[in-house]
Design a protein around this ligand. Structure first.
Ligand code: ADP
Ligand code: MG
Length: 694
């Protein structure tokens, strides 16, 4: 349970003074629904009103605060023209300019003859200074009411800066003093203040330097966030490792049969990764291993052989994939191999219903199924295993940490966990997403892969591209044609894909097929099967084919509106070709003019096929939060820490968390209790559940 001291921070934003439902919605868009989300919404700029020039000393563009005497009001002759007010000081005269003015209001705040302090941006118009809509107008003795330094916050359409400032003024009253969770010596070494003081300082920048990530207040908050992340991961991992694992050692009889049935020999990287997995499974602690391998590096076979190890030892294994298509594809790939070895394979997705589902469930519970393959349907309560020894999670970035753990829990005592990632994740991100998982790398592609010839072509040459396609088809080529995610809506995407489908169908007839997220699952399967069998030559698709789909005979990848895709996505898509013996190509069709980032992405795609380099570049171009293009990535996003520029802080938080867990694994010391508050503050409640007295 969240400690009471934090309740005010987790209240909805509309409980703040002056925040109605409309503003709350806008604030939610930029920060989040709760007060604490606003607190993490740090300023990106600063308005400095401390400059107090005389009228003749003003410079074009500067923000100035000036004491003036109000002179003549000059109402406009027509509504379109501005209302002007002359003001003066002992050095000269200038004009204040108001569009759509309300004269009665201006008469009241700027009565002729009065002294006023005005503050706003100076603009020179026809050589003379003027100020349009001063930000502040106060009496000469009310200077104290005018903020001389104003934080600028990230905004969104319809949300004025003043509203965000006001919301934050309300929010910043609420944070209580919290017990210090950081190590004293570490605070001193960094010259950091306490949490509350740092939070206040971060929202009250005094200079541009205070806005930099290295500013002490911001660095401390970033460190808090990173420590919460690392500590949470560390606690989860500790709990998993502490669960006694079982020693699983197969005798190799099933593996030998399957390897004999494979049309290829394992690569060195596959052999090495398997040896690492075997050693983990044999050890009495629980395996928590990440198998990293670029698209097409051959993770599936490694997973199968690892699962066979469990089956040989008399246990069960499960393989979980993120989409229906991918799950069925895994099933189709593994089924003949398992059959050859006499291993019983079953499938469980959201689509298995009624009697069929009952049968799979009871066979799994009775141990009549050796390997169960499924989507997240595997998490469901009624799924029980007789003796699950190994859970493999494929293409994990679609799943959250919590879901991965839930599958492992199905095994009761000490199920080994192997997580496979297709998108190569940079080291820094691995650390934030998995903590200390052990890592095996498939850094060697199966032999015979040819580089994919990647080209970028503007969309206005579509006709040329299509006639080129006609020539390729006549030589028997198979083509993916990917239509973009227009918005995060299946419906709209499907419409774009359908339109392209009809267009291509007019030209190429029934050799064109279509898959998208709005189709009935069975129809999707049927189309995929026809494409795999070579009956369909052009498969028009939305990004449903992004993950894992394997049709080695396809050699051409067309990506329409490539500028709308993230780098990792483009790389994933391109990875669908170049899998067979024939030379493959990838055409990136883009809409001109290209934005700077889109251009950089396309350039990188043309330069390299190295997934790790692409992931690093992606991180650099887009920031960690967006690395995988969608919010459902399962990778943590940070509100204050920037793991690209604050790698050292992350490393320190990592070490710090490890030390804490070593010395105080249940967070029971004074600092431990404070650290619990930190975890709640950053909504890592999940980790606290793993503590004895959580
Ligand atoms: P991914 O790592 O993207 O999941 P897959 O497991 O789907 O890759 O493998 C991609 C293709 O490479 C498959 O057709 C698979 O049969 C093939 N493959 C896997 N290992 C080897 C190997 N050692 N030699 C040749 N082909 C292989
Ligand atoms: Mg795969």
């Amino acid at each position: 349970m969240r400690p009471e001291i934090l309740f005010p921070l987790f209240a909805p934003a509309h409980t703040l003074p002056g925040i109605g439902p409309r503003l709350e919605k806008l604030l939610e868009r930029i920060a989040g629904p709760k007060v604490v989300d606003l607190l993490w919404h740090l300023p990106v700029g600063l308005i400095d009103r401390r400059s107090r020039p005389k009228i003749t000393e003003t410079r074009d563009g500067e923000i100035a605060s000036m004491e003036v005497t109000v002179g003549l009001h000059v109402p406009p002759r027509t509504k379109r023209l501005p209302y002007r007010i002359h003001v003066s000081d002992e050095t000269g005269e200038m004009q204040l300019v108001f569009f759509n003015a309300r004269p009665d209001y201006l008469m009241r705040v700027l009565p002729e003859g009065a002294r006023r302090i005005i503050s706003g941006r100076i603009e020179f118009y026809q050589g003379a200074p003027q100020m349009t809509h001063p930000d502040h107008i106060v009496g000469p003795d009310e200077l104290a009411d005018m903020p001389l330094l104003e934080p600028i916050y990230p905004l969104t359409a319809g949300l004025p800066l003043k509203a965000v400032q006001k919301a934050l003024r309300g929010a910043l009253i609420l944070p209580p003093e919290l017990p210090e969770w950081q190590d004293d010596a570490w605070l001193k070494a960094n010259r950091w203040q306490g949490w509350r003081a740092s939070l206040m300082a971060a929202h009250e920048p005094q200079s541009a330097a205070d806005l930099s990530p290295e500013a002490p207040a911001r660095a401390r908050l970033a460190y808090d966030e990173l420590l919460a992340n690392q500590l949470a991961l560390g606690l989860v991992r500790l709990r998993m490792k502490k669960r006694p694992g079982r020693s699983v050692v197969g005798d190799g009889r099933l593996r030998r049969k399957v390897e004999a049935a494979l049309p290829f020999a394992l690569t060195g990287a596959q052999v090495r990764s398997l040896a690492e997995i075997d050693a983990d499974m044999k050890a009495s602690h629980r395996m928590l291993r990440l198998l990293q391998g670029d698209v097409g590096s051959g993770k599936t076979v490694v997973a199968l052989l690892a699962m066979l190890n469990a089956v040989e030892a008399g246990f069960q294994a499960a393989l979980m994939a993120p989409t229906e298509i991918l799950t069925r594809q895994h099933f189709a790939t593994l089924q003949p191999l398992c059959e050859a070895a006499g291993v019983r394979l079953a499938l469980l997705t959201g689509r298995e219903k009624g009697q069929q589902r009952e049968n799979v469930l009871s066979a799994t519970a009775n141990g009549e199924v050796d390997i169960l393959i499924g989507t997240h349907a595997l998490f469901q309560k009624d799924v029980a295993f007789k003796a699950l020894a190994l859970a493999v999670v494929d293409e994990q970035h679609r799943f959250g940490v919590h879901q991965r753990l839930m599958l492992a829990e199905k095994g009761g005592a000490g199920t080994d966990v192997l997580v496979m990632t297709a998108t190569p994740i940079p080291r820094t991100l691995t650390l934030t997403a998995y903590g200390d998982m052990d890592v095996s790398k498939l850094d060697e592609k199966p032999p015979g892969r040819k580089p994919v010839d990647t080209r970028a072509i503007p969309l206005d040459r579509l006709d040329q591209v299509v006639s080129g396609l006609g020539r390729a088809l006549s030589t028997g080529a198979q083509v993916y044609w990917v239509c973009p995610l227009v918005e995060e809506s299946d419906e709209v995407d499907a419409a774009a894909a359908e339109e392209r489908y009809r267009h291509l169908q007019e030209l190429f007839g029934d050799r064109v097929g279509l898959v998208h997220g709005r189709m009935k699952p069975a129809d999707k399967d049927a189309v995929m099967a026809r494409f795999a069998a070579g009956e369909i030559a052009i498969l028009v698709a939305t990004t449903v084919i992004e993950v894992g789909v394997n049709v080695p005979s396809a050699t051409i990848m067309m990506i329409e509106h490539a500028e709308r895709f993230g780098l990792a996505q483009l790389h994933q898509l391109r990875g669908r070709v170049g899998r067979g013996a024939d030379k493959s190509s990838c055409l990136l069709l883009y809409q001109t003019p290209l934005g700077e980032t889109a251009e950089a992405r396309i350039k990188i795609m043309r330069e390299t096929e190295d997934g790790f380099r692409i992931a690093e570049e992606d991180l650099r171009l887009r920031g960690a939060g967006e690395l995988l293009g969608t919010r459902q990535s399962g990778l943590p996003t940070f509100r204050m820490a920037d793991i690209e520029t604050q790698k050292e802080l992350l490393a320190a938080a990592h070490d710090d968390a490890r030390l804490i867990i070593e010395r105080d694994p249940e967070l029971e010391t004074e600092r431990g209790k404070a650290l619990r508050i930190l975890l709640y503050l950053f909504e890592r409640d999940e980790a606290i559940r793993y503590l004895r007295s959580g």
